[in-house]
Each structure stands twice: as C-alpha cells, then as structure tokens.
Design a protein around this ligand. Sequence first.
Ligand code: 4AD
Ligand code: MG
Length: 482
Amino acid sequence: MTDSQTPKRTRISLLLNDSMVGQNLRVCGWVRTFRNDRFLAVNDGSTLHNLQLVVDKETTHSEILKQLHTGAAIEAMGELVESQGGGQATELKVTTLRILGGADPDEFPIQMKRHSLDFLREKAHMRFRTNTFGAVFRVRHALQYAVHTFFHEGGFYQLHTPIITGSDAEGAGEMFRVTTLDLDNLPRNEDGTLDVTQDFFGKEANLTVSGQLEAELGAMALGQVYTFGPTFRAENSNTSRHLAEFWMIEPEIAFADLQDDMALAEDCLKYVLTYALENCAEDLAFLERRELDAEKQLPQAERHEHPLRSRLQAVVDAPFEHLTYTEVIEVLKNSKPYKKKKFKYPVEWGVDLQSEHERWLVEKHVGGPVVVTDYPAGIKAFYMRTNDDGKTVAAMDVLVPGIGEIIGGSQREERLDVLKRKCAEFNIPEEHVWWYLETRKFGSAPHCGFGMGFERLVMYVTGMTNIRDVIPFPRTPLNAEF
Ligand code: 4AD
Ligand code: MG
C-alpha cells in the first residue's frame, strides 16, 4: 500500500506521546467511534489506545463522512498536533481521508457498549476488535516472547517435537486419531479387527498429547531443551480450564533432580510474570479495571482481595510454598469444607486431587502458588521416578489461585529395570516405547522436566476466567467453528 508518493504507515502506538508532533503522517485503522461529525477514534491494534482524528468538514467529502461508521477501515493523512481536548496528548488534524472498507452499522456486531464474553465467543472472528481481546492477545504474544527469551538466555535449545505421533505419553488414552483410511470402508483383518498396516503410516497414529518423551531424547544429548507447541487432548471435559487443542511449554534438563525442576519452574513463572508486568503495563491496567468491573456483580467473598497486578507482583516477590501430597491430604482432612462435607470429591490418600481441593489449598489455605510433590505412583504417569518409599513418585505440580494446576512435572525414571517394570504395570508394550527405553540403556542419567499450559498461564496473567477467552480460536467438545 505504499508507493513512492505516500509516506509509510505509522503505527498508533508511536503517536500517543508528543515526540512526533508537527510531522505529517499516514495512519490506518478501524473506526471505534465517530462523534459530532468531526471526531474519529481510530484503533490499529498496536496499542489499547485510540488515536483521535479531527476531520474538517470543509475539506472532507460529505460522501466519505456519510460512510464513516464504527468498524470501518480508514486511511488518513494529516499533521500530528497537541490535542486540544483532554483525554489524549496528541491528535491528527486530517487533511485527506479515505475509507478502505466500510462497515454497515446495522450489521456490524461489535458496538461501543460492553458485550458479554459469551456473546463475543460467538463472534470470535470479530472479537479481536474489542479492547479486551486486543489486550489479551497482545499480552499472550508478550508472554510467548518472554518464554522463549527465558529459555534461550538460560542456554536451552527449542526442539520441535512431532505433532503426529504413535505414542500416548501421558497414558490417559485421550488422543485424536490421525488416519487417511476411508471411514466408510475400513480394511479389516480376518478376525475383524482394523488392518492398520494399510493406514498412511502403516500403524496407529494420533495427534500428540505431549512432546515430553521426544524432548527427553533431545535433553539426553543437548543437555537442556524445551518444546513450545500445540497439544491435543480428547478429554470430554467442558470446563473453563480445558481445551481440546492447547499450547504447552515443556523444558527437559539432563543431570538434574526434582529440586532443580521445581527451581526452574519457579524461576520461569517469575520471569514471565515480571516481563508482562514491565512490558504490558497498559494492557494489564486495562484488564485489571475490567476484572474489578466484572467482579462488582459478585458477592464480596467471591471477589479478589487484591487487584490483578498486585497479585502478580506478590507471586514474583515471595518464594513458593512447598507441600508433599501426603501433607496436602492431612491439611485437607483438617479443613473446614472437609469437616462440613462441602467437598464433592473424596479426600483419601491415593486418590487424585480435584480442582476443588487444589483451589481451596491455594486460595484459602496458602493464598498463593503451592508446589505439591511426591504423589502416589498410581495416579501419575509411567515415566515418573519412583521414590525410595516405593509408593510415591518424584512428581511436582505447581498450583495457583484461580486456576489450579498450571504446571505439572517430574524427575524421570532413569533406571532401565524400574522403567521396564513400570511399563508392565501400566500395560505399555515395550515394543511401543523401545526408543525411549534405549535412552536408559545407553548413557542414562538423572533428568527431569515439566509442562506448563500456555493458556493457563495467559489466564493467570490476564485475569480472564474462561480458557476460551485467551486462545484466538478455542477448540472444545462440539466446538470447532472459525
Ligand atoms: O500435567 P500434564 O498432563 O503433563 C504433561 O503433559 C507432561 N508430559 C508435562 C511434562 O512433564 N513435560 O500437562 C501439563 C500442563 C498442565 O499443568 C496444564 O497447565 C496444561 O498442561 N494442560 C491443559 N491446558 C489446557 N487444556 C487442557 N486440556 C490441558 N491439559 C493439561
Ligand atoms: Mg498434570
């Protein structure tokens, strides 16, 4: 759109202070409001803030003014001047105005009034044009940049693990099948079972639930690696914290134990929170006000005690609490909701913690992040290292207020004989994971890692309460529109 005559487009984020006052500029964006036939508020996505454009009726064609409605895309040229009105430092005195794409005001779904998040989920193709989603997706970008920076500066290599895989790393059986077979005419063996040898890969294949097993192979040579990719889980749980397609960050480190793993997780979380606080101040301030507004409708007890940014800063400033699973069960059994029979799910050693337990622990008991370690072997994955007690594994989950589990990790079982026993116990045929077992046969070493759900991180930082509102196009049961 730039020829030798027209100046380059200047992004609005660069124009809001007075450093460019007096310059003639070209600005493009979408109209947020148009009032008094004169003032246009234009947003181009580079910042939360709109630039005010002042249109002169004498010089601007009346046909153009007629077509100016909320949602239209425009291009304007003019001089940046100090603003006459309050509310903004600068404004653009428009000399030429062009409508690039109109928006029929009777049909354009996004108006200046506050829309409910439910409504905007139905309009996910347009919700980027609201202040809330602009802020959320700018923060999401900053967080992924911070994650990459944290690991790069820490000497990690990003490893691209496969999206199509034959293995079920977590053993939860929640995989999406990948096939090119004709579903209406499936090839069968003589005994009626599916003849998978005729499928694309000659064997069963799925979308990955985790890049961990492959990341371990990388770590056992490169020393420190991490993955940051999409993961897929066909869990039929329609909750505000589960997606069928989500992004996960999985570091894996060699020559390290559970203590190192927990320290890495805490450092990582604190680094990315600090980065967001320092680099997304305006968007976070907006999201903080949004949360305060939204919580006005809630009873006092359900509102946050502290505003968003103070909560994040408090996490950065204090060391994380640590409790073993066994201690957590004790604490839960002595808790008020347990004694008053308020928990829906049982609290029993050996039974997995449910969201209600995790949230009580972090929100009511500790009031901040908690690292829970040493879970019973039976409720965790096959690859976790067996502790000396023989009953628990060297696992750690990081739980945070409002979300519950944000990180799950462990030291890995590096002893070949123990790992083979675990495979048998978990009904994992050795021939399915022969390559994984070989890392324990040749130059095995203590190593560990964790997985951080990226959308849960974005929820945590933005204060958004539904995971569908922190990923551009959510995939959940019965929902794959857009
Ligand atoms: O605890 P999970 O299942 O652990 C793993 O996948 C390990 N392989 C990680 C590792 O050690 N390398 O998942 C890790 C994190 C969870 O703590 C949670 O934040 C997120 O991934 N997560 C989900 N996020 C959104 N939707 C889902 N359905 C999720 N399932 C897990
Ligand atoms: Mg987990």
